[in-house]
Each structure stands twice: as C-alpha cells, then as structure tokens.
Design a protein around this ligand. Structure first.
Ligand SMILES: [Fe+2]
Length: 434
C-alpha cells in the first residue's frame, strides 16, 4: 500500500494467545535434524536479502505488480507473460464472462438472499457479508460456465507434475465455496493479511514439508512454487479447522459481480510467491535481536529450536501475518490493492499467497463476488468432489462448510435444475459423471 496510507486496523491476535505447544518444538527439531542449522541459516540470510530488493520494487510498482490479462491472453499466454504470472503468483483476467452474464448472476444472487432473509448464515454474524451459500443458481453457473472452465484448465496448466507429463490434472473440478455481498460503509476487520491452504500443516505434515525441500536445504532460489508432484499429496487440512480447505486449489480466485475499486471492499495481494512463503516458513527458526534497531539485520537473528512460538499460527486458522512478527516482509509496502474490478472479471492468486480483504468499503455500491477457484483433478480433490456431490444433490452445505445454510428449503433454490450444469464438462467437474 502507498507510504501515506495508514495500516488498516485489522483484528490482530497477539503472541500471548498463540498455541505454545511442545509439539511445535518437535516439528522444528525434526526439520533441523534433517536439513541442519547451516542450511536453514543460509536460506534465512538469502531470503531476507531478497526481500529487501523485492519490497523496494513493490513500493514502486504497487498495483502494477499484478499482471492484467485479457481472456484470450490467459487462455494461451506467451512464455514472457507466463513468466510474469509465475513471478507475481497472481493476476487479473478481464472479461472472463460477459458483463451481462455477471449482472444477471448478481441479480439472481441478490434476490435469493432477499427472498430468504433471516435464514442465510454469514460472517461476521452481526452484519453478514460473506454469505454461507453454496447452491444458488448463480454460484453453480459461475463455477461451470464454459468460458470459466476453459480458463481454469488453462491456468492450471501453468503448473506441472513430474508424474503427469500430459497435465491431465489440469481438467477442472468444481469446489463449492461462498459468495460475498458487501454493502458500502461497514468496515470488515476479520481478514487481515493471511495465507490459506493450512497453517502449521506446512511444518507438521511430512509430505507438505517436502514441498519446500529447496527452502529447508539452503537453496531457496531452486524452490518451484508450481510443482504439483509432491504438493498434490500434501494435507493442508492436517489439523482440522473450518478455515482449512480439504482440496488443493492451484489458484484461489473470485468472479466479480459488481464494480469495485481499491478501498471499496476488495482484495489486497502480496504479489510475490517464491520469497515471501520461504520467509514465513523459516521465521519460527529465528529469534529477533534484543535491540529493536537491529531487527532488519538478518545476521543478528539467533537460531532458536527451543521456542514453541510459530508467529501467526493457530492450528484451526489460516496462517496469519502481521508487520511486527514478520518485519522483513515489509507488509505495508508489499501488500497492494488489486486494480478496479468490473462485472465478469476474475482475480487469481497462488494457494501460498499472502492476501487480505480490504478493511474499508468507502464506495457507493455493493461489492459482490462469487468465490470460484481453479481446482485441479488430483486423487484427493476427486475424492472430495464425490463427497461434495451428495451435498449438492441434497442442497445441504458441503463438508468443508458444515456451518452453512440448508438451502434445500430456500425460496428460489434451483433444485434438480442444477443438474443442467452447463453440459458434460460441468457435470464432470461436479463429479456427476466421473
Ligand atoms: Fe483467504
């Protein structure tokens, strides 16, 4: 964000409430025993140095650091564009679906909510704007729209898997997630800077840990964030919690139903996917120097296997990030507003990316999106989608969102018409015919 912009007053949990569990120390010791202090320290110094130049670039670039693509460019990016996307780890696609289509979805979703007032669950409870709805017609259509699914396949192909040279994994599955209807005025303080796809699981699950082998072994430059080979087997929901997704989304994303610019209840991203996550992973192994003036001097941080504190980590929650606990990230500089989004545009970010929901909505209109991710066909994902199908057919909340509404009795619930699903590809994505 810009230098003159105040840091938003997101709700931030303090170190005192973190889980200081001895088990945390055991995870650190297991990693240190495998890779050694020298390798971890080598990575730490390299990553902290890289963050200095990276955040200087982001301070300059701000929103321009997020690539903006036409729909056609996203379907077949040039090698240069693909490299830019992989570096940033996030991007915006203009006109994923026509404006009229998105307008229709908003009208439909808004009606559905109004018709069922008092029964729609949401978050925060006192003024819900993230709505725990999963089977509104607009959501089902947005997930399986032919243009959307062609895009999901194309952007999944930016990843690779040593065990799947033909990239069969890129065929999209449909992950039912919520929707947002956020009116102007009310601040939303609950989703400050964080990373999804698990929290402590990255250190605790031996398979997930191996995804970051290059980082632990002193070679953070060799870490490839787009390698699916091991990641497809990792358990981001290693510790159960409603914040964790059972599926791996290669790109998290949403489809804009209304126009929303910066500070209008939109999204902020930290447009780097290789260095920031390496820093977050290494951070629990190092203790800051006693003199606060030295805090940015990485060489003065002490190697520490005895502290149980993993900054920003709570087993049931997403990985949280805050400026004082992660000083080298320079979050204020690195977290940038996404550009103004228009109905039918989509925004995408890598599953390891730091992001935040804007605290303010100072615009005049409702900011509304449907959460639609790019979900690859992996064994873990396919198993979930088959379980999700039962909820879809019954109109009940999917497994990952058990606190959602029972929509089967809702006015306007699309019922069996849902089976249309935009044809065979949509039926496959929902697990009907796989
Ligand atoms: Fe998130």
């Amino acid at each position: 964000m810009k230098a003159d912009e105040p840091w938003p007053k997101w709700a931030e949990l303090s170190p005192e409430t973190a889980e200081l569990d001895d088990e945390n120390i055991a995870f650190k010791k297991a990693i240190a025993a495998e890779y050694g202090e020298a390798a971890l320290r080598k990575s730490w110094l390299a990553v902290c140095a890289k963050l200095e130049s990276l955040t200087a670039e982001l301070t300059e670039q701000q929103t321009a650091a997020i690539p903006e693509l036409t729909y056609e460019e996203a379907l077949s990016p040039t090698p240069e564009l693909a490299a830019r996307i992989r570096k940033a780890g996030c991007f915006v696609v203009r006109g994923t679906v026509p404006k009229e289509t998105a307008d229709g979805w908003f009208e439909d979703l808004d009606n559905y909510v109004k018709q069922n007032k008092g029964h729609v669950r949401g978050w925060p409870e006192e003024s819900p704007c993230i709505l725990r709805l999963y089977w509104a017609r607009a959501q089902v259509e947005a997930r399986t729209h032919p243009r959307a699914m062609a895009l999901h396949e194309a952007i999944n192909r930016l990843w690779h898997d040593d065990e799947d040279a033909d990239k069969a994994f890129a065929a999209p599955l449909s992950y039912a997630d919520a929707a947002r209807i956020r009116p102007p005025g009310l601040p939303f303080t609950s989703l400050g800077p964080h990373i999804d796809a698990g929290s402590l699981a990255r250190w605790a699950d031996p398979t997930y840990r191996r995804v970051y082998d290059a980082i632990w072994s002193g070679n953070p430059d060799r870490y490839d964030p787009f390698d699916l080979t091991t990641r497809k087997k990792a358990q981001s929901a290693f510790f159960k919690g409603s914040a964790h997704s059972s599926v791996l989304r290669l790109w998290q994303g949403w489809t804009a139903l209304t126009k929303a610019g910066p500070h209008e209840g939109s999204l902020m991203l930290y447009p780097d996917i290789k260095t920031a996550i390496a820093y977050v992973l290494l951070r629990p192994f190092f203790r800051p120097p006693a003199d606060a003036a030295d805090v940015l001097d990485a060489s003065k941080w002490a190697f520490d296997l005895e502290s149980a504190w993993f900054p920003g980590v709570w087993r049931k929650s997403s990985q949280e990030l805050r400026p004082d606990a992660f000083p080298h990230l320079r979050l204020k500089a690195g977290l940038v507003h996404i550009p103004t989004m228009y109905p039918g545009d989509t925004v995408w970010w890598h599953c390891d990316m730091c992001h935040a929901v804007e605290l303010d909505h100072v615009g005049e209109d409702i900011s509304s999106v449907i959460y639609v991710a790019a979900t690859p066909t992996t064994p873990v994902n396919l198993a979930y989608v088959k379980r999700q199908l039962a909820a879809f057919l019954e109109g009940t909340p999917p497994e990952d969102f058990s606190n959602g509404s029972d929509e089967s009795k809702f006015v306007g619930y699309p019922g069996s018409e849902k089976l249309l699903l935009n044809g065979e590809a949509g039926r496959r994505a929902m697990g009907v015919s796989v």
